[in-house]
Design a protein around this ligand. Sequence first.
Ligand code: UDX
Length: 440
Amino acid sequence: MNISVVGTGYVGLVTGVSLSEIGHHVTCLDIDKEKVAKLLRGESPIYEPGIEEMMRQNIENGHLHFTSDYKEACEKVEALYIAVGTPEKEDGTADLRFVEAVVQSVASNIKAPLTVITKSTVPVGTNDKIQALFYEQAEVPVHVVSNPEFLREGSAIHDTFYGDRIIIGADNEEAGDVVALINKAFGIPIFRTDCRSAEMIKYASNAFLATKISYINEISNLCEFTNANVEDVAKGMGMDKRIGANFLNAGIGYGGSCFPKDTSALLRQAENQGMAFPLMNSIITTNAMQQLKLIDKAEARFGSLKDKKVAVLGLAFKPNTDDMRAAPSIPVTERLVLDGATVNVYDPIAMDAAKNVLPKAITYTNTMKECIENAEIIFILTEWKDIVADLLPLIKENGKRVALFDGRNCYGYQELKDVDMEYYSIGRPGLTAKLETVHQ
Ligand code: UDX
């Protein structure tokens, strides 16, 4: 099928490349000409394992093309994906400016009936609005279908080919059939519903995962008062199939481009309908508090952090990405600077992206060794494999007694017992106490 994808951000690019891989002829459009030039050279603007090889292969075999020209993208198109950003506005609602601009450009360039597929996460009811805009602006029939994505950054290609389900929300049966046909080759279960329910499935799923995380984080805080171990608690809970073991890792809260934005948008959507949603409110508040958990712990241990030499390891919101959106490293470094600490930071991939969003008064170091060299306090904010593997040997080699505040529960007793340092983690007070007796 001839397919166009508008927007070559995370979602658009992964969608376009994956659709070309299963044999469709795909044109990806982005208004950013520099980005398109880069893409045409087979260079991916996002850090995503496997994407560049797949891109290059499909550019070479003629299945994948990039352009900035709407005329070209609309020429022989049978189905067109909208995958542009829907950023959060100051009031927490989704900003639909980019989606509306796409509708206008597509409507004025298409010559034949078209199925439009919305990948962007949009508030419930938005596809109806998009449908109405096409009705007003296009001279040929357009049917809008909601087909939300469930891709995790860092495993987006994998998730596209091995996802749990494909949701197709269509109020027009035939347009829904088109989207089902496009996706058939992925061999993933398809669930079909109406447009509004599909939109809601996306928000409700992300908000539920955020709920699991905030819930286990609250439980981890209670574990600290009651001397229980949150890892074992999560394991025991997760063995119940009704609960499930995933997304029960306690830590310093969720970040990224989806959970914070989608929980706020869902809350705002409820409030705009005059409905209170206290649960969602609490999930968001809990997460904001949890992001500063390591600061709370360090202050409880040292009193003031003024003039303390602090190393912050891992800046991206999670490993295997350079994405700094809503990363816990932002509020953590802001607080450290405000408290007068001397702050070194290190991340294997996200250093350039971090420079745009972290406070000015911090030092970016080239290696982890350099980052921790003179540190009295070390924070782990992201569980990068290399950070986890190399840190303890480096601390030993350094020979300086530090306090390590591990926001991702990266280590167990066996690895820690031979390293002479103070160790604090999330929801595992027994581990800290046991290590104290060993290191006294
Ligand atoms: C998420 C959803 O998983 C995906 O389906 C959706 O389409 C986009 O949002 P992503 O933002 O890439 O994907 O990251 P994910 O791997 O889900 O992690 C989100 C955040 O939750 C990270 O900050 C991570 O550190 C945190 N997290 C995750 C936890 O704190 N504990 C967990 O158990 C799982």
